[in-house]
Ligand binder design. Structure first.
Ligand code: ZN
Length: 136
């Protein structure tokens, strides 16, 4: 079951410039910057009430964000829904015929386990499911 929109991911060319722009736009500073080397991205996060905005900048030419910007330009890259049981959701969505990009949840930014649903399965929207990693 989905709990809320956790964040909206926006692909940007220049993270520093975008941080300044979104700081003016939202009236808050990013609370975190984090590189995810395995994905070839640098990210920053802004709190916007219950949800967040994630800015993503490519750090490698062959990263998904670099390819996205090359094809479509800057803009909304994905919508992330918070779930309580990401593995259960993957099983449920696969049974319902959705194409899951990574069947095993992987570690994403901001202390989350994440998996992605192919845009072709979701009306052209790249959907991220995320679950907070609990420190036990
Ligand atoms: Zn995300």
């Amino acid at each position: 079951m989905v709990r809320r929109i956790e964040h909206i991911g926006i692909a940007v060319k220049d993270l520093e410039a975008a941080n300044e722009l979104y700081e003016s736009l939202l009236g808050v500073r990013p609370y975190k910057e984090e590189a995810v080397a395995s994905e070839g991205v640098r990210t920053s996060f802004f709190r916007t009430g219950e949800s967040k905005v994630e800015l993503l900048e490519a750090t490698k030419e062959d990263s998904a964000i670099a390819k996205f910007i090359e094809k479509r330009g800057e803009g909304i890259h994905h919508i992330a829904f918070e779930v309580e049981d990401i593995e259960g959701e993957i099983v449920r969505l696969q049974a319902a015929g959705f194409r899951i990009l990574n069947e095993k949840p992987k570690r994403g930014a901001d202390n989350k386990l994440v998996c992605f649903v192919h845009p072709r399965s979701a009306n052209g929207v790249l959907v991220e499911l995320c679950q907070e990693i609990r420190n036990t």
